[in-house]
Design a protein around this ligand. Structure first.
Ligand SMILES: NC(=O)c1ccc[n+]([C@@H]2O[C@H](COP(=O)([O-])OP(=O)(O)OC[C@H]3O[C@@H](n4cnc5c(N)ncnc54)[C@H](O)[C@@H]3O)[C@@H](O)[C@H]2O)c1
Ligand SMILES: [Zn+2]
Length: 630
């Protein structure tokens, strides 16, 4: 798990998402989501959507958090009860382009069921930014995981009214607080309306403020069927989209974070259906501004593990794509020098793919400050093309610390060896990862680590040795230039790990995807790490050997290089099945599409999967067929 310190730094953007591993990013999203669901958000919704979730979508599109309803966590202690009706999240669109694609999908589905395009009816409603609930007239439930929620009927027992004094039992809706009321009476004690909404639901007794908001009918349950609507045809929607959005956003005196567009025609809704996270007949439009002109407050040099100096740019806080950006990297000092990225300059900032804020150009240059010396070791800096670089590679503290931390980060099967710990070790003359593995508890205690911490650290070192890790990951952890995870994996498909240090330029350049220049850089980059590699290798890391492609090819089975999907219950765990399939050169996917060759079925297979297979012309085979073919 991420340490509190890292979570805090992320929250304040002292660490940017691009410094995180995919797993760490996913963990942070989970932590933020659980805090949000518990009524104590640690970041704004915009930052969650546009920075963190967007980055996760970019880097790990199959992450569970993106594919299913965001978990509610343990903020409701009650046991979960089946919801009377499934409640899903809503797919989001941030641009007209995405909306028009959705309209295209509607039209396509309408054609499939013979519904005339002009007969498609759309409605638009304000997307209430409250706390989702389902009122069956008897009980009120939280959304939970979409299928099972918690019984929070106590909110009604506490006197909460339904919007417009309507009757109970109107189905799905949100617990909301009037915007004008929140601003007037509550904004000084609650950072976000969500903190207040959560307090209405929590088991613990209501605060006076909450009681009053209920009596004043400012806090309410708002069933969606009571929402004011815009409705019309797709043609009208296309013609007047901006107007509709502007109009719907101000329809109610409650927090609104977008406009929900949905199909009215029941048969079209059935045709479009849903996936695990949202209904395909519904989409929420949220506005997104993704370029801004921003003033630079300061530019600070930072040394990375490779010696490159990165300008870290402090910016005047700016709302971009709905998120507040306070910091960005300037990539390299070439940009600083050539474009005048100095204090007081104005830059154009974008979020490429909504992810990492990027400085694309300097609009108004100012005098720049190019450091002469390394901020870590004070040695003279040198230009290497666009990069200002500290070439004191062997002795620059920041580089040594950065390399050691990188090893543990890439290995990713240990905890506790972040920058802070490593800096402390550095202060006690630790200069290499192999020295770290030679430490014992007493050493750590003398360095000033607590007894418990020392024990934990040693346990983590042992764990990193015993827990299995792919050999290419281990190799990549040494941080050789051009030997990232992808290249290492490729390399080890052609040569065994133990042979890597004996390879010549030609052997590497012969591998698909390795240019001559890359091969040269790799050969040279491997020389200085050879001793350290051998020292570490002797600790007996539990390395999973990558299969050589040539061996795979001799695995002449019918399914070699075929793409398959497993479904249903099988005699081995799904994980084992997948691992084994991959190890013999089969490509395993999770969704059926026209690209899939076979659907392998076990017991209790959903009809949907079979239908999909038929639809895309994917051949179906049983587990027994599969086993006989391999
Ligand atoms: N700040 C954070 O750390 C953090 C963390 C997690 C999630 N979030 C926020 O939560 C939201 C995503 O969560 P989600 O999946 O619960 O909600 P969502 O944004 O996907 O919305 C789905 C819900 O909207 C509700 N809704 C509101 N108005 C509606 C209308 N007019 N018609 C139909 N349904 C309507 C429904 O209850 C439905 O369940 C994002 O906006 C995100 O910013 C924030
Ligand atoms: Zn240096």
């Amino acid at each position: 798990m991420l340490s509190q310190d890292i979570v805090d730094k992320l929250t304040h953007q002292e660490i940017l998402t691009d410094e995180l591993l995919d797993e760490e990013l996913a963990q942070f999203c989970q932590i933020a989501n659980l805090a949000y669901r518990a009524g104590k958000p640690i970041i704004s919704d915009q930052d969650y959507d546009f920075i963190y979730l967007a980055a996760l979508k970019d880097r790990d599109p199959n992450n569970l958090l993106l594919k299913s309803i965001e978990p509610e966590g343990w903020s409701f202690s009650e046991e979960k009860v089946l919801l009377p009706k499934e409640m899903l999240s809503i797919d989001k669109a941030y641009s007209w382009g995405e909306i028009s694609k959705w309209i295209e999908r509607l039209k396509k589905s309408a054609m499939q069921i013979g519904l005339g395009l002009s007969d498609i009816q759309i409605k638009a409603t304000p997307k209430l930014d409250g706390f989702a609930g389902f009122d069956d007239g008897n009980r009120l439930y939280t959304r939970g995981d979409g299928k099972k929620g918690s019984d929070i009927s106590r909110v009604f027992e506490r006197g909460l009214c339904v919007f417009n004094d309507a009757k109970r039992g109107l189905g799905a809706g949100e617990i909301v607080i009037k915007k004008s009321y929140f601003e007037k009476y509550l904004a000084h004690s609650f950072e976000y309306p969500r903190n207040f909404q959560a307090s209405l639901i929590k088991e613990k007794a209501l605060s006076e403020q909450a009681q009053k908001a209920i009596i004043d009918k400012a806090a309410l349950f708002f069933p969606f069927v009571q929402l004011p609507i815009w409705s019309g045809s797709t043609a009208e929607m296309v013609a007047k989209f901006d107007q509709i959005v502007a109009q719907v956003l101000v329809m109610v005196d409650f927090d609104v974070d977008g406009v929900v567009f949905e199909v009215i025609n029941a048969d079209l809704k059935t045709q479009m259906g849903a996936n695990r996270k949202f209904h395909r007949w519904q989409i929420a439009f949220k506005e997104n501004k993704d370029k801004a002109h921003v003033k630079v407050l300061s530019v600070t040099p930072q040394v990375g593990r490779s010696g490159k100096i990165t300008p870290v740019v402090e910016l005047e806080p700016t709302l971009l794509s709905g998120a507040t950006i306070v910091r960005a990297t300037g990539h390299h000092y070439g940009l600083v020098k050539e474009q005048g990225l100095g204090v007081g300059s104005v830059v154009e900032l974008t979020r490429s793919g909504l992810v990492i804020p990027k400085i694309i150009s300097v609009l108004k240059p100012m005098p720049v400050d190019i450091p002469d010396n390394c901020p870590s070791c004070s040695k003279l800096l040198v230009w290497e093309s666009d990069f200002l670089t500290c070439i004191n590679r062997k002795n620059c503290p920041a580089q040594i610390v950065g390399k050691m931390a990188y090893f543990f980060k890439i290995l990713a099967n240990n905890d506790g060896f972040g920058i802070v710990t490593i800096k402390k070790l550095y202060a006690y003359d630790i200069r290499s990862v192999s020295q770290i593995y030679a430490l014992n508890i007493e050493h750590l205690v003398t360095m000033g680590f607590g007894e418990k911490t020392s024990m934990n650290l040693i346990n983590q070192l042992n764990r990193s040795v015993s827990e299995q890790v792919e050999d290419w990951r281990f190799l990549a952890a040494f941080g050789v230039h051009r030997m990232g995870l992808g290249n290492c994996e490729n390399l080890l498909k052609f040569h065994y790990l133990n042979d890597i240090f004996n390879l010549n330029l030609e052997q590497i350049a012969n591998i698909d995807g390795f240019a001559e220049l890359t091969a040269q850089i790799i050969v040279q980059g491997l020389i200085p790490i050879a001793d350290e590699f051998n020292r570490l290798y002797r600790y007996g890391f539990n390395l999973e050997t990558t299969l050589l492609t040539k061996n795979l090819q001799t695995l002449a089975h019918e399914l070699f290089d075929k793409r398959i999907v497993f479904t249903g219950k099988m005699s081995y765990s799904r994980n084992d099945m997948k691992k084994h399939a991959k190890s013999i050169g089969i490509k395993v996917s999770i969704t059926i599409s026209a690209k899939i060759d076979y659907l392998v079925i076990g017991d209790k297979v959903g009809q949907k999967k079979i239908q999909d297979a038929e639809k895309f012309g994917v051949a179906v085979m049983t587990e027994a067929d599969y086993l006989s073919k391999i």
